[in-house]
Design a protein around this ligand. Structure first.
Ligand SMILES: Nc1nc2c(ncn2[C@@H]2O[C@H](COP(=O)(O)OP(=O)(O)OP(=O)(O)O)[C@@H](O)[C@H]2O)c(=O)[nH]1
Length: 309
C-alpha cells in the first residue's frame, strides 16, 4: 500500500463514489475524467489484480492525486479489512471532500458497501453514488456466457447511475438490447450512454442504511502479473495481443500493460478483442497483466520475451 500525495482539509464528511465495472469496461477512463473536473481534495483508492499498479500509474499520469493502492486481492471479499484501514488512513491523513473507489473488475459493490457500513458513522462517510459501468460491446456476450452472471446482477442492482460505455462500438439496435437487459436488473437507476465515459455525473440523494443486494461471485480467475526488464518492440507486443485474442494461450479475458520501446513508453489494452495502444509521456518500467481462466502463462511469458528488441 502506498500513499502518494497528502493534502490537508479540516472538514466533515467524505463523499464516496464507487466506480464499478467488469474488466476493461472503462473504470480507469471514468476516474481520469472525474479527476480532470475535480473540485477540492479528492482521494482515489484503487484495487486491482496483481501487485504492479498499472491503473494507479495511469491515473496519476500528468496530475498528482491523493491515492492509495490496494493490489493483490479483492476489496469486496478478502481485503475488506484492508479497505476499511485504507479508508480510515485517508480520512485521518488527507480528509478529502470526495473519495473515489475503483474496485477490481471482478469485485462486486455490495461487498464494499457491507465492509464500510459499520464504520460509516465513525469516519463520517457518505456514500454519494455507486456508478456502474457497462461495456456496450461485451455485456451481452459476457452475460450469455454465464461465467459472470452474478457479477452483473450485483453490480447492476446496486448502481445508482449506470454508464453504458463504448457506445461507439455497437449499433443502435444493440444499444437498445443492452439497455432493455439492464432494466431487468434495475428499474430506477439513471442510465447514461457514453463514449470514453464522458458524462456529467448528476448529484444524488445520499444512501441510508443497508438496502442492497448481495450475491456470491466466484473470483477464482487466473492472472499473470509481471514486470520484466528490457526494451520491447511495439509490433512484438501487438503480436502477443493478437495471439491472446485468437486464444492461442487459452482463455484470456483482459490484458493490459505499460512497456518501454525505443520510442518511449506505451500503454496497451486488450478487452473483448479490441486492442488499443496509447503513447505515454513516461513510465517507470514494464508492467504486464493478463487475466483469464486456465491459460498458458509460460507461453505468454515466452511470447513476451520474443517481443523484446
Ligand atoms: N472504443 C472505446 N474504447 C473505450 C471506451 N472507454 C474506454 N475505452 C478503452 O477501453 C480500454 C479499457 O479501459 P479502462 O478504463 O482501462 O477499463 P477498466 O475498467 O479500468 O479496466 P480494468 O481496470 O482492467 O478492469 C482502454 O483501452 C480504453 O481506452 C469507449 O467508450 N469506446
Amino acid at each position: 500500500m502506498k500513499v502518494i500525495e497528502i493534502f490537508e482539509r479540516k472538514g466533515l464528511e467524505v463523499k464516496i463514489r464507487i466506480v464499478s465495472g467488469f474488466l476493461g469496461s472503462g473504470k480507469t477512463t471514468c476516474i481520469c475524467n472525474m479527476l480532470e473536473k475535480r473540485e477540492g481534495i479528492t482521494g482515489v483508492l484503487v484495487n486491482e489484480f496483481g501487485d504492479i499498479g498499472i491503473d494507479a500509474e495511469l491515473i496519476q499520469r500528468g496530475d498528482a492525486v491523493d491515492m492509495v493502492e490496494l493490489p493483490s486481492g479483492c476489496i469486496c471479499c478478502t481485503l475488506r479489512n484492508d479497505l476499511v484501514q485504507a479508508v480510515e488512513e485517508i480520512k485521518t491523513r488527507v480528509n478529502p471532500e470526495r473519495l473515489i473507489i475503483e474496485p477490481s473488475g471482478l469485485a462486486v459493490p455490495s461487498g464494499i458497501l457491507e465492509a464500510l457500513e459499520p464504520v460509516k458513522e465513525k469516519l463520517g462517510l457518505e456514500i454519494e453514488a455507486i456508478i456502474g459501468i457497462i461495456d456496450a460491446d461485451g455485456f451481452l456476450p459476457n452475460l450469455e456466457s454465464g461465467l459472470f452472471g452474478d457479477f452483473y446482477t450485483d453490480q447492476l442492482a446496486n448502481s445508482d447511475i449506470i454508464l453504458i460505455n463504448k457506445v461507439d462500438l455497437v449499433s443502435p439496435e444493440m444499444l437498445q438490447k443492452v439497455e432493455e437487459e439492464i432494466r431487468k436488473y434495475n428499474q430506477s437507476a439513471i442510465i447514461l450512454h457514453t463514449v470514453n465515459c464522458r458524462a456529467e455525473i448528476p448529484a444524488l440523494e445520499k444512501h441510508e442504511g443497508i438496502d442492497y443486494l448481495h450475491l456470491h461471485f466466484d473470483h477464482e480467475f487466473d492472472s499473470l502479473a509481471i514486470t520484466p526488464g528490457g526494451i520491447f518492440r511495439r509490433d512484438g507486443i501487438e503480436q502477443v495481443l493478437r495471439d491472446a485474442k485468437e486464444e492461442k494461450f487459452g482463455h484470456i479475458y483482459r490484458a493490459k500493460g505499460i512497456f518501454q520501446t525505443g520510442e518511449g513508453y506505451y500503454n496497451f489494452d486488450l478487452v473483448h478483442g479490441q486492442i488499443n495502444f496509447k503513447k505515454l509521456k513516461g513510465g517507470s518500467g514494464n508492467k504486464f497483466i493478463f487475466i483469464g481462466k486456465g491459460f498458458d502463462k509460460k507461453a505468454v511469458e515466452e511470447s513476451l520475451a520474443r517481443a523484446r528488441t
